[in-house]
Design a protein around this ligand. Structure first.
Ligand SMILES: *Cc1c(COP(=O)(O)O)cnc(C)c1O
Length: 426
């Protein structure tokens, strides 16, 4: 597979590469299992001695083709699909951790991930320290412990819209001998490729722009293959020492750069089972075919609406990293000069109450727990996605109580602006 083809071509032709006479469109391998003629060969598959499909929980050709497309888009070496973005982040972290370990994460992350890291994984014995992504390297360093196994952050935080200084985070992670895991859901590889800036592992909620049509919940983990697990042998024994559940296989020795994803698939997916369904992988692939065309439109509409809101007297503040003067404009220009994402946030001078009234009056834009859809969606994070967080956690997550999260769809921007105007004025 040529690494040189451009992203738009990969969106269309990556992953599934049919041979002579095979289906042009990615086939849906709607089968739990795969047939073999000798018992011997089946045994080798179970021992990871041979690669091949045998049970869809472990691998499926439709899923693999879509993972390969996302992998190529990100410039990684291996990838796996998961049933959701939550599963992707959970596996990405647990592939490196066990009870007694610790991770450091940016506090400006998706509310569901905050719960995962600060409520659920601690119950499994893995602690998480949240840090302010804008803190200095010295500040960030203080959060690290000898048992820290990963640093986590989002390229563009949902919904805080902070832009990550990826190089800064990568430097701090590497100084402490751990990989940087970046959730690249909002930027997508069309706008930012975190591996080029030092990130080691990328995760996605494919539910968002990759699907792009609110059809399918899904996730993906991509490995750059760049992190040297053996250089930190004792920290990552799960990868560098024998896995008893595979007769003592050592992932780094047997699979080299594919060690991390092979372990995630053959161990975590085998045991925890959050697989993507082939039907849904097919839908994600159709979404991916237009990702490079949709992202610029999401971004240009977001910029137009951000500028419109900024010009209004009744709007207290507007946050959009693509907007000149935004706190994150310079970082966005560095890491994603072609565009950021289609999500903006703003607050009305009337605060929480005005936000509710405004949202109820919208006609074209709808109230939804979703972003990155082809239809414009609006949400009040403090009352919805981040409802479980207390005031302090809201602050840490960068969520102002007045914040309205507005996800620009693909409708004509003039109609969206007119809908906002009437909801504010009429
Ligand atoms: C939505 C989202 C998730 C969770 O993904 P699901 O597919 O809903 O499980 C994780 N990270 C980010 C940045 C998200 O926006």
């Amino acid at each position: 597979m040529s690494k040189k083809r451009s992203l738009g071509t990969v969106c269309i032709q990556g992953g599934w590469e049919p041979k002579n006479g095979e289906p042009r469109q990615l086939p849906i391998y709607q089968s739990t299992t795969f047939k073999y003629s000798t018992s011997e060969q089946m045994g080798r598959l179970f021992d990871l001695e041979e690669s091949g499909y045998f049970y869809t929980r472990l691998a499926n050709p439709t899923n693999d083709a879509v993972a390969a497309k996302i992998c190529e888009l990100e410039g990684g070496v291996a990838a796996m699909l998961t049933s959701s973005g939550q599963a992707a982040n959970f596996y990405a972290v647990m592939n490196l951790c066990q009870a007694g370990d610790h991770i450091v994460s940016s506090g400006a992350i998706y509310g569901g991930t905050t719960n995962l890291f600060t409520v659920t994984i601690p119950k499994m014995g893995v602690e998480c320290t949240l840090v302010n992504p804008d803190a200095s390297e010295e500040e960030l360093e203080k959060a690290f412990r000898p048992n820290t196994k990963a640093l986590f952050a989002e390229t563009i935080a949902n919904p805080a819209l902070t832009v990550l200084d990826i190089e800064k985070f990568a430097a701090v992670a590497h100084r402490h001998g751990v990989p940087l895991i970046v959730d690249n859901t909002f930027a997508t590889p069309i706008n930012c490729r975190p591996f080029e800036w030092g990130a080691d592992i990328v995760t996605h909620s494919t539910t968002k722009y990759m699907d792009g049509h609110a059809a399918t919940v899904g996730g993906c983990i991509v490995d750059s293959g760049n992190f040297d697990w053996e250089a930190h042998h004792d920290k990552f024994k799960g990868l560098t020492e024998p896995d008893e559940s595979y007769h003592g296989i050592i992932y780094t020795q047997k699979f080299g750069k594919l060690a991390y994803i092979t372990k995630a698939t053959s161990q975590l997916m085998r045991d925890l089972g959050s697989i993507q369904s082939p039907q849904n992988a097919f839908l994600i692939n159709i979404g991916l075919e237009t990702l490079h065309l949709r992202m610029p439109r999401h971004c240009s509409s977001a910029l137009a609406v951000a500028k419109y809101l900024k010009s209004r007297e009744d709007v207290a503040w507007v946050s959009y990293p693509g907007l000149e003067g935004d706190k994150y404009y310079e970082l966005a220009q560095k890491y994603m000069p072609g565009g950021t994402c289609g999500v903006i946030s703003f607050g009305l001078k009337g605060g929480r109450q005005a936000a509710a009234e405004f949202m109820d009056k919208l006609k074209l834009c709808s109230i939804e727990t979703h972003v990155a859809d082809s239809r414009t969606a609006v949400l009040h994070p403090a009352s919805h996605t981040h409802r479980q967080l207390n005031e302090e956690q809201l602050k840490e997550a960068g969520v102002d109580p007045s914040m309205i999260r507005f996800s620009l769809g693909l409708e004509d921007p003039e109609d969206i602006i007119e809908d906002i105007r009437q909801a504010l004025e009429d």
